[in-house]
Design a protein around this ligand. Structure first.
Ligand code: ZN
Length: 151
């Protein structure tokens, strides 16, 4: 199990050092900013749609390793997905971090790479770092005034 956690940590550190899909997307169909005041994480998420499918997604911002890695992995996982698949992934990811782990493992779609954040559930303060990018994604897709906070 600790080998697995080491692997997870490697993935998170790698995505923090080399965030994927980092930078502005112009023009974008959807955009939102997110802020986690507990940690100081700030993110902007840009989305371009193709029908009901996420065609391209990029992000910018600065924050801790977990928030940056979470946003980076999110963009990889969400690109090419239909909106209802994105919603299902968000629910599963949220359950992984905050819900009953056995329930989270059974329900919902395969989380794939997002499973690297499993260890974060042990650190409630860090859960908001990991979910900030997903809250921001939701706000962008719903165009909710373009600004969200985890508080
Ligand atoms: Zn953070």
């Amino acid at each position: 199990m600790s080998d697995l956690m080491d692997l997870y940590q490697e993935v998170i550190l790698d995505h923090n050092r080399n965030p994927r899909n980092f930078g502005e997307l112009d023009p974008a169909d959807h955009f939102a900013e997110g802020y986690n005041p507990l940690c100081g994480d700030q993110l902007k998420v840009y989305i371009r749609m193709d029908g009901d499918r996420v065609d391209q997604i990029r992000f910018e911002g600065s924050g801790c390793a977990i928030s940056t890695a979470s946003a980076s992995l999110m963009t990889e996982v969400v690109a090419g997905k239909r909106l209802e698949e994105v919603e299902a992934l968000y629910q599963s990811f949220h359950d992984l971090l905050t819900g009953d782990p056995s329930v989270a493992a059974e329900a919902g779609p395969e989380l794939g790479k997002l499973a690297v954040f499993e260890g974060v559930r042990e650190y409630p303060v860090r859960v908001k770092c990991a979910t900030l990018s997903w809250h921001t994604l939701q706000a962008a897709l719903q165009d909710q005034g373009n600004s969200v906070t985890t508080e």
